[in-house]
Design a protein around this ligand. Structure first.
Ligand code: FBP
Length: 547
């Protein structure tokens, strides 16, 4: 395989570990834990894995460990650093005993159920150190949640003599990891299950998990690209760039990028919902900023838009819910309606309130709302081109204001969607070190007989030497939520907190950023050079962890 000069140099990088993990370690147990809410219900559902103590690894005496066999699964969307979790895990179990083995299940949790696996040897792991992507074994979105899947998995676990499974995933995958840990513990199968916090979305975090891996690299990659666009934008001074950013529901990515690049505008979905804003309110807010800048002769700018915005606009949420319901029950009838008459048909079937909103939407978006549905019958909001929807509606509003003499200027828009460009980027030093430490910590949790824990590395705004490695019982992060009509135990998803330091910082600056041109151009991720250039964590982490 041909490799770039950077790939070759980067392969030689030895990720940093917290000081406590460099030699022999012992597990220091803290107090018993409780779930964040619904303690009685969670305790009843997880009798074997509830209430376990927090674990912190500290330097200790060397102990001899027997060889262990470990299975690893990459679950869900890719996030930079996954390969380093695997290399940290591999190095950890080999350090415990050189005869330990690591098996990778192919293409996500489905690989465990379908018995598709490969042994990850030293040669294979070597090829993937410090690289982006999940291609070492692939990833998938099969949900591991049913007993027959657990049993099918156990068959191959037994066959390979696997002692522990490490599931690298987001909030849902880690919830399922915990259910699996509980199941195997209840059955006394002697299989441990450990989770690792992954997702570029940044929405798997709490008191004990400071950040999910991949968020750092993805945000830095997008910020580089936005910075480049801003420089172009400030050079030609003729376009407004509408930039949608991945992140599913939460707006962490958009907010972090805003803090890094200081765009003219950034919409935060959580704020839109809290202020009960309509689509027209969001459009008016943007149009107003365009008009204000135009009055100064600045017919250019940047707007950051979080991927999940549509679902956070209360009125759109109601419209989507009614559409989901209606189409689920009338799919056959709808399929018979001619394409050219579908819009009118839908309008005639919806409640007055939702019909008015639907009628106000541009043709393309209205169509997407009725066509693109996932296997559960839900609209796939990520396919909705929110960046185009907003700019089209802003153009209409500005034209109206022009006629009324309220706006003088030119409005031309460019559109971008940044998501896949960052999900498999080569991990930043932060993610390379953080992921390697998470994987290594997972091996120590296994060595100490733990199950139902998530690997945790804290104090991450300090140099890696001072990071604190340990484990958090997954049940500690859970509460009960309604999912598909049933109350289920799930890890609480972390949305942007409007009283949190990152949002407050943004809110304090945004008026100036909207009016003036305060762009910052972060440039590409650097691996070699001064520490303030190469090792700085995200603004979100720095603001959240500021003491
Ligand atoms: P995870 O939650 O699985 O980490 O996925 C992250 C993500 O990149 C989201 O930001 C995005 O909405 C989604 O995956 C897209 O997934 P897919 O490429 O499978 O459609």
């Amino acid at each position: 395989m041909t490799k770039s000069a950077l790939q070759i140099a980067r392969a030689a990088y030895q990720p940093k570990l917290p000081k406590a993990l460099k030699g022999a370690v012992i597990a220091k147990e803290g107090e018993a834990t409780q779930s964040v809410a619904d303690q009685e219900a969670i305790k009843a559902l997880f009798p074997n894995t509830y209430g376990m103590p927090l674990i912190q690894f500290v330097e200790g005496e060397a102990v001899e460990y027997p060889a262990i066999n470990v299975g690893v699964i990459l679950s869900g969307g890719q996030a930079p650093g996954g390969h380093n979790v695997i290399s940290g895990l591999f190095d950890g179990i080999k350090k415990l005993n050189k005869d330990s083995k690591l098996y990778g299940f192919i293409l996500g949790p489905g690989g465990l159920v379908d018995h598709k696996y490969m042994e990850l040897t030293a040669e294979i792991v070597e090829e993937y150190r410090n690289t982006g992507g999940f291609d070492i074994i692939g990833s998938g979105r099969t949900k591991l949640e049913k007993e027959d899947q657990f049993e099918k998995g156990y068959e191959i676990i037994k066959e390979l003599g696997i002692n522990a499974l490490v599931i690298i995933g987001g909030d849902d995958s880690n919830t399922n990891a915990c259910v699996l840990a509980e199941y195997y513990a209840a059955k006394k199968y002697g299989v441990q299950v450990i989770g690792c916090p992954k997702t570029i979305d940044g929405d798997l975090k709490n008191e004990m998990i400071e950040t999910s891996f991949g968020f750092d690299t993805a945000c830095k990659t997008y910020s580089e690209m936005i910075g480049n666009i801003q420089r172009d934008c400030n050079s030609s001074r003729k376009y407004w760039h509408f930039i949608k950013l991945m992140g599913r529901s939460a707006s962490h990515i958009a907010l972090e990028c805003a803090l890094q690049v200081q765009p003219n505008l950034c919409i935060v979905s959580e704020e839109v919902e809290a202020n009960n804003m309509s689509l027209d309110d969001v459009v008016t807010y943007i149009a107003q900023a365009v008009a204000t800048r135009a009055a100064e002769g600045n017919n250019f700018g940047t707007v950051l838009i979080p991927e999940g915005l549509i679902e956070f606009i209360p009125a759109m949420k109601k419209l989507i819910a009614e559409l989901n319901d209606f189409l689920a029950h009338n799919a056959a009838e709808f399929a018979m309606v001619k394409k050219s008459q579908q819009r009118e048909y839908i309008i005639s079937k919806l409640s007055k309130e939702n019909a008015d909103i639907y009628a106000s939407l541009p043709e393309g978006v209205a169509r997407q709302l009725t066509l693109d549905r996932d296997p559960h019958g839900n609209v796939q909001v990520s396919l909705i081109e929110t960046e185009k929807l907003l700019s089209d509606m802003v153009a209409v509003k500005l034209a109206q204001w022009k006629e009324e003499g309220k706006y003088v200027g030119k409005f031309a828009a460019q559109h971008h969607f940044f998501g896949y460009e960052g999900r498999c980027a080569a991990p930043s030093n932060f993610d390379a070190d953080y992921c390697y430490s998470l994987g290594y910590t997972a091996s120590m949790l296994i060595a100490n007989g733990k199950t139902g824990y998530m690997s945790s590395v804290r104090n991450t705004t300090a140099p890696a030497e001072e990071w604190i490695a340990g484990g958090v019982p997954i049940t500690m992060m859970m509460n009960m939520e309604r999912r598909h009509g049933e109350m289920k135990p799930v890890i609480q998803k972390a949305l942007v907190k409007l009283d949190g330091a990152p949002f407050k910082k943004f809110a304090a600056c945004r008026e100036e950023w909207a009016k003036e041109t305060c762009y910052v151009y972060p440039g590409p991720i650097q691996y070699f050079g001064p520490t303030e250039v190469c090792d700085e964590p995200t603004k979100t982490l720095q603001l959240e962890q500021a003491k």
